[in-house]
Design a protein around this ligand. Sequence first.
Ligand code: MN
Length: 261
Amino acid sequence: MNVAIRYAAGSDIGCNRENNEDSGYAGARLIAVADGMGGYAGGEVASSTVIGSLRSLDTGAPKDDLVEILGRAVAEANEKLRIVREERPDLSRMGTTLTAMLWSGDAVALAHVGDSRGYLLRDGELFQMTQDHTMDELLKAEAEQAGQQADPAETSRLSHVLYRVLDGREDREPDLRLREARLGDRYLLCSDGLSGPVDAQRIYEVLSAEADPQRAVDRLIEQARDNGGPDNITAVVADVVEPDHVTGNEPPLIVGAAAQS
Ligand SMILES: [Mn+2]
């Protein structure tokens, strides 16, 4: 089936931070969010390096092997981080999350590393497509396998500790999946600056209420700020529509740190 995506993106520094280390991208074939970290300029460099590296996927001709193409692009982005780290020892602690989707018709590949999130609004229900690579999720999964309950104090203490990011080191494999998009689907990629202060119920309400993708993005960011906005906030929304519902020549959107570089 031939489909197109109508997209919007936004990024906000939030209420407490002095710089925006998130980067986001939205184009006709690629959407992505990266949440950089690592002190002094490191996060901005990491997230914008990875988004800059992935961008070329948006302009290439539609292809098969979407998952393989996206997986390889993530490995190349990680390799670029390794090179930057070698050139800039002051940025040795930098790293970034990445959640990205690559379309070809109604086939879509999803790549995910870290604790940014991908959500799908379909048939009036909101699904979280990604699992956070945080220590508390790891502990919970281990406890479940052992038929036990994870210690709540321990999991809450570790809820922001990432066990996997892209940082230019080896073995930074993303979770990779192939999905089928349907007409009417609405996808949201966001950094934890949105999914932290704004719960899934509220995200669902805003995504359901705002038909226009840019208005949905703006309202989600506003919600995160109203709830304290402790972190940088980035959101990308993509609606799956019939091809004649988009003109096909909208420019891609780049937001956050990647828009500065
Ligand atoms: Mn963040």
